[in-house]
Every structure is written in C-alpha cells, then in structure tokens.
Design a binder for this molecule. Sequence first.
Ligand code: C5P
Length: 401
Amino acid sequence: MNDQQRVLLIIGGGIAAYKCLDLIRRLRDAGIAVRVILTKAGAEFVTPLSVASLAGDKVYGDLFSLTDESEMGHIRLSREASLVVMAPATADLIAKLANGLANDLASTALLATDKPVIVAPAMNARMWLHPATQRNVATLKGDGVTVIEPGAGALACGETGPGRMAEPDAILSVILDRLADAPRPLAGRHALVTAGPTWEAIDPVRYIANRSSGKQGYAIAEALARLGARTTLISGPTALDAPAGVERVCVESARDMLAATEAALPADVAVCVAAVSDWRAAVGGGQKLKKNGAPPSLELTENPDILTTLSRHNRQRPALVVGFAAETERVIAYAQDKLARKGCDWIVANDVSHDTGVMGGERNTVHLVTAEGVEDWPTASKSEVAARLATRIAGVFARKP
Ligand code: C5P
C-alpha cells in the first residue's frame, strides 16, 4: 500500500530559491514525495533540471501548458498533495494569495487547494516591513496559513534586516509537524470503495459500458485514505490515476468486481460507487460476431449485485455499507426503495439527468438517505462531496469500539 505523504512545493523568484534544493532533498530523505511548481521568476534562480532531478518528478511551470493541464491540472496538483509549501514566498506571491488573485499555475494551485498551506517569505527588509506586506501576511495568518517568519541578517541585496528565508531544517520541521497534525480518525480501519463503470464483453472486441468516469468514487477513496483508512479501491476501466495512499485493484466486468471486492474483505466500511452494469451478454462468445445477414439479437442476463452481496453478507458484512443511487427522476423515492431492497445503511442519491452534467462532470448535488431521513447537501465539487461523506463515515466509527 502506498500511503506516502506528498508536499506540493511552490518555488518563487528569490535568491533563497537555492535553499529549496536542499529542502527537496531533506523531504525525500524523510520519505516524503515532492512535486514542484517553479514560477517563471523562480526559474531565474534555480533550473528546472536541478529541481526535477532532486524531486524525481517533472517540474510544473506554466498554467496554459496543454500537456500539463491534460496530465495534471492545477486542481489535481493541489489536491493530490498532503500540504502546500511556498518557499521562497516573495512579496508578490504573498500579495496575490492574500487577495485571491489567480493568474498563473502557482497562484491558481494555491487558491484551489483544500490542504494546509505553509509560506516561508524571503525578501528585502524594507519590502518585508512595508505596511502592505505586513497587512497581507496578517490576512494570510487570518486565513489559516502558517507563516514561517524570515530571519534577520545580511540580505543578498546588500542591506541587513529581517527578510532572510528560514533555513531548510526549520521549514522541514514545520512541515513534519503539520503532517503529523492531520487528523486520522479512520486510522486502523479498512475501507472498500467500488468505482467506475464495468465493461461486459459481447464478443472479444465489443462490450456494454456506461458513462461513469469514476471521479466521484476515486475522490471518496482518496478522502477516506486522507482520514487514515487503509483504502482498497476496486475500479472498473477509467482514465484516472490511482489516488495517493490508495491501493487500487483494476477490473473490467461486474463479476470480476464482485470477486475482487469479496477478496478484499473484511472491511469496516464499504462504499459502492461503481456504476455496475445491470446486465451482461448471456453468451459472451469467444469469436467476433460477423456482419452477415440480419443483425444478431443480444440476449442479456443479470449481473450479481455487489452492494446487495456486501449488505447481506452473513459472515463478513462491513459495519457500514453505503450505496449510491444515480437516477434521472424521483431521486429520493427510488433511493429509499433501494435502501430497503438492498439492505445497505446509507444511500447517496444523485440526479444524473443529462442536463445536470453529473456524469463525467466535476460537481455533484447529492442527498444522503438513511433510516433516519433525508439530508439535502448543497451542490459541491466531487472532492468536497467526498470529503463530507468521509467525515460522516469517520463520525460513525468515532462512536464504535
Ligand atoms: O440498482 P442500482 O444500480 O441503481 O443501484 C446502485 C447502487 O448499487 C450503487 O451503489 C452501485 O454501486 C450498486 N450496484 C452494485 N452492483 C450491481 C448494481 C449496482 O454494487 N450489480
């Protein structure tokens, strides 16, 4: 299992950028992965090549790089990190963050993150002491950002005074403290998540599939792992990378998904998000169907229901079983029916009619349906929905031995 912590390091433009090379090395020595955004100004002081070699990863620099945005957008860069560090934080970067400006990769990633942010300022003493900078720093502190105060001494500009960036050792110790701080209420628990579509073979080249992207299920797996759960993600075919800290098992068909899910038991909690195909071809032939004469008729047979199997498991039922209900009409009524029929504890119901854009999209509007009633959650990003659900799950286990 990979539960490695990861720091997103934003290197700004300042002579102190050289200290970040040492910081990267120390972080990696401490077993922490490092991903770097090197600002344009930062790249005037350290080269992308030295940063990439030390980080062991490519360096991100340009918001509008098509390859970067398709491989790894600013949202993912900030979400996949355990925390974000900006060092050296220039007066300009601090001012942008304090005012919510976002016009390059560094500033958009900072604005998009939901993780702790640490900044290590470095600048000329007068710039640091300027009321505007001091106001901005106070705003950041008020926003919950950890500011590692710069030290006093000789500055690269020839003046003396406060403005020297903290040493890598000091920054590392603040990072380690913050990483240890992160609450892990699901530590010691095992979470199972199914996600994505299933593919049901019709013949060796054709299959039945659906529009599920896997995004919501992956976000839930990531959120559970972040709260400390050992998380197994049983995934149908998707275009997504495995989230940090999650053990992924890749499958194609519903029957494979069921086998992988049962093999992963016991689990404390199971969240079935996968859009499992209800049916498969009755005869998934070994040879490609030929186009001669009339179109063949496709006989279907029912697939096993993974959620029901888990909910009604007599030896290894997870303490909490959560299902999803994607509906295009009568969302709540169908969800309540599903709760009773499948025997799970909660149903997360959402409207997937075409105009909601939920399928494949980034946002979701859900209702949590339990035996106690229905909660309507506000529309939010799939990762926010995931974080909220993971926190609710952690609440259940906080009351269990
Ligand atoms: O019956 P329906 O497909 O609408 O139920 C949706 C819920 O059941 C989801 O949680 C889905 O992951 C789960 N399910 C399953 N196995 C199936 C069909 C649905 O686990 N074969």
